[in-house]
Structure formats: C-alpha cells, structure tokens
Design a binder for this molecule. Structure first.
Ligand code: GLN
Length: 485
C-alpha cells in the first residue's frame, strides 16, 4: 500500500477503478499521513470518522462511473460544509457550524468524493502567506521556515505533503495560483462565474472564484469538471453546458499564439524569474507555438485598483459579523452597540481590520468618487487591455509570482511588500479571466517557481491543453523531503 498517496489523482482513480486499492485503504493511508504531519498545521478540522464511514459505503456499493469514485478530499476552510465547522481562518467564526453545504463541495460529493477535513487559510482569505489565520501559520513542506503562500496555504501545503490527493481553494487576487507556485503544484483560477460562489464565505464578491489545486494538469482538469457548473443560487453563475475537460486534453499546441506582455517584467525582478519565463517561452516555442510581444499598459494600476475594490467589497461583506446571528459574540459591553464593537474588535485579526478600515474609507461619501469609482473605471481599462490582445493571441504567458516562497515572518510587518507578491495575479481577477499556475522550475535554493497561463473568458480548455503540453516537456519534479516525519 506504500506509495499510494504520492500518486496524482488520476492514477489514484485508475487504481480504485481497477480495484488495486479500496476507498477504505486509500482513506486510511491519508489519515496516517495527516496524523504524522501535524507540524505543518495545514488542517483546522479533520472528519476522519465520517470519511471512513463514507469509504466503507463506497466500497460496499462502488460506482465507478463517477468522476471522483471513492476519493477522500480535504478542502479550504472557506467552503461551508453542512454540520462541519467552517471557520474561514477567523476567531469570529471559530465555532460556526453551517446548516448547508456550498455548491462547489456538494458538486464534489455528488461526483463520488467525500470530506477528509478542512484546511487552514488566511483569515477571510486575506493574505499571501497564511500568516493571518487565527489558527496559526501553515508551513510549506518545501522547507520548515517557509510560508506555503496564501490565502489557500493549508490547501497547497496539504497537497504538496500528500495529505490529500487534490484540493480546492479560492482565488480573489491570487490565492490559488500563488500558493500553487510556492509549493510546486498546479492551481487554476477559473473564469469568474464558472464555479458557484454559493456557500463560500465571501471576501470580495466581484473577484472571488473557487478552483482546483492539484499535482498535475490532468488532475486539475478532472477537478474542474467535477466542481464547476451552473448554479441558480449564485446570480453571477454562468449558464453553460458542462465540459469534459480531462477527456478533451490535447497536447498539440502547434500554431497557437502566446502573448508575452512586456509590463510583466517589473523593476527589481529576480534574474531567476526572468530565466524561468525564458525557459517557459522556449518550451512553448519548441512545441510549435508562436510567441507574440504584447502590451497590457494598465497593468501597473492593477495592484492599487485591487486594494481599493477588494477592501471595499470586504468591508460590506464583513458587516454581517456582528455577534447577533452566528459566530463569536463578546461577553463584554453594557448595550447592543458595545456588544457589536467588542465582538468585532475581539473577533477580527489585524489584517481583516486593516481591510475593513480601507474599505470603509474608500466607500465613504467624501472619497467614494476619488477612490472607489475611479478604481472601477481603471478596472474596466485593465479588462479592455486583455480584450484587445485576445483578438491577437490565444493565451498569455507570465511568471506566477515575483519570487519563490519567502520565510515565515519576513513580510508580516510590511503589508505593502506582502501585497506586492500578488502583482502578476490580481489583473486576472479584475478582468474575470481564467489563469493556470504551473510548476516550471526552481530557484537557486531549490524552491519551486511557477509560470502563469492566462486565457480568454471560458477558454479553460485551451490553457489546460497548453499546460498539459508544457508539463510533459518541462521536466519539473517536486522534490519534497518529508522532514516532518
Ligand atoms: N493576497 C491577496 C489578498 O490578500 C489575494 C487573496 C486572495 O486571493 N484571496 O487580498
């Protein structure tokens, strides 16, 4: 049975289907791994008993037609799970037990998977290092002093450490792609509206999108197939036919046009990132793709725009946590107003408070036009840059992040340097486009680095195909020593 858990999802599914392993054996193997990896702090909650029960049920009545037959999965603790605590990494929700299931997780369960546990994340998904979680920071399996990226840091850590065969995260400004890049894994932010937001704890609703995090591109296609789909409960859900992404994977990318945006070569970008980008360009060119220099002139405004729009929406979304209906309530205070104030000041961490303050400021009557309205206009220009170029190219290749995983504590006292880590990922969220982060190499310390493929609206299949071809020719192999055992 040794070795099951370091396989990819596709191989595991094949082994289940050919009856080489049972769902129960598989589940027990993951539980064993999770129990011996407590040092990583990637789990907030485990649901082992329920998982073992589900595995036994599957084995006694297997349905091999399902996309995820008998597969145990851990998911980010931002997805509401019925009768299972859902914290969003926050003290204010530390005892919140939803009475409903998010659409995306329900889709996974309807396709044969079941829950293994809930994964740590930055508080309300605000962060790039998983250091803002109320439940403590998560450690990157790549090295014991390194952050796993954020906000889906529990997801990237658990996946890279073989604690779940695949997982899902959410991406508002980079929270799937950046942690994937930091851990040598694959992460996809789908087109806004492809995966339902219903039942996901909201951060910034016009940017939030759920997506897969996996070890391979094929696994990513399988997960997307299982989790995506129209949902009438989300007013921004796109009503379109479901696509069999994994069956349609095609490595022939001859003749495809790949845009290389000059604005993504930022000041002080480490040489290694530039070299990685060149390596990626060469691989695609050798496979017959055509590289085309393009310009996305408003890129430099993406980060400031994001840090107006996202906090504005967050300040509004987080107004609901007042200690009245659910979640944490402070014992202190002599009247209702004081109860609200104490609940919010004790319940939220510093980063969340910072965002609420910024958001409330940019939405306040005197500053609304100067900040929020202007940011919305710039957002349109950023989107237009992409639209203009997508008449000329099929996809765009950029680095995923401006650096490899940084050290725990290195950026916690400097929020702006933390925000700068999202420089290559936020434009995609502002434009609502799909983007795939692929492991592509390592820096001189041996830490993984990722490249990002940005696609047209609803063109997930194409970036998955390019990613599939890239993966076969890149030769990247994640070398994680299990130092925590
Ligand atoms: N790091 C970004 C932020 O802190 C993005 C987070 C996310 O995508 N959820 O807002």
């Amino acid at each position: 049975m040794d070795g099951i858990t370091n396989q990819g999802l596709k191989e595991i599914i094949d082994n289940i289907k050919s009856k080489k392993i049972s769902s129960l054996e598989l589940t027990k193997a993951y539980i064993k791994n999770i129990e011996s990896a407590k040092k990583l702090n990637s789990f907030v909650t485990t649901t082992f008993e329920q998982a073992l029960e589900n595995a036994k049920n599957f084995d006694s009545k297997p349905n091999y037609e399902q996309i995820l037959p008998g597969i145990p999965l851990a998911v980010k603790d931002l997805f509401c799970t019925e009768n299972v605590k859902t914290t969003a990494g926050s003290n204010i929700l530390h005892n919140f037990i939803p009475t409903y299931e998010s659409t995306v997780t329900k889709n996974l369960w309807n396709n044969g998977a079941f829950l293994l546990g809930k994964l740590n994340c930055d508080e309300f998904a605000m962060g790039s290092s998983n250091e803002t979680s109320f439940f403590g920071n998560v450690i990157n399996p790549v090295g014991d002093k390194l952050v796993p990226g954020g906000s889906s840091g529990g997801s990237s850590s658990a996946l890279a450490a073989d604690l779940t065969p695949a997982t899902i995260g959410t991406d508002t400004g980079g929270s799937i792609r950046q942690p994937a890049s930091f851990t040598g894994t694959v992460g996809l932010k789908p087109t806004y509206g492809l995966c339902s937001r219903w039942g996901i704890v909201a951060f910034a609703s016009s940017l939030d999108q759920a997506g897969p995090m996996t070890k391979t591109v094929t696994d990513c296609a399988i997960m997307l197939e299982a989790m995506s789909g129209y949902d009438e409960k989300d007013s921004t859900s796109i009503n379109k036919k479901k696509e069999p992404y994994s069956k349609n994977l095609n490595e022939n990318i001859k003749g495809l046009k790949i845009g290389i945006p000059k604005e993504y070569r930022v000041d002080n970008m480490p040489k290694e990132i530039d070299e990685l980008w060149n390596k990626g360009k060469k691989i695609l060119k050798d496979l017959g793709a055509q590289l085309i220099d393009i310009s996305l002139p408003h890129t430099k405004y993406a980060l400031p725009t994001y840090y107006i729009v996202a906090p504005a929406e967050a300040s509004s979304n987080l107004a609901r946590y007042d200690g009245v209906r659910y979640g944490y309530r402070s014992e202190k205070g002599k009247d209702l107003i004081e109860m609200y104030e104490n609940t919010r000041s004790e319940g939220f961490g510093d980063e969340v408070k910072r965002r609420i303050l910024i958001g409330t400021y940019v939405l306040s009557s005197g500053y609304y036009d100067a900040y929020y309205l202007k940011a919305q206009k710039v957002r349109q220009l950023i989107k237009k840059d992409f639209d203009d170029n997508f008449s000329k190219v099929d996809a765009i290749l950029t680095p995923s992040t401006p650096s490899s995983a940084f050290k725990i504590g290195e950026k916690t006292n400097d929020p702006v340097s933390m925000y700068l880590n999202d420089i290559f990922t936020v434009p995609v969220n502002l434009a609502g486009l799909p983007a795939l982060s692929l492991p592509a190499g390592t820096d001189k310390q041996g830490y993984p680095l990722g490249l990002q493929l940005i696609g047209k609206t609803l063109d997930e299949q194409k970036i998955l195909n390019i990613g599939y071809a890239f993966e076969k020719n890149c030769g990247f192999k994640n070398q994680i020593q299990k130092w925590w055992l």
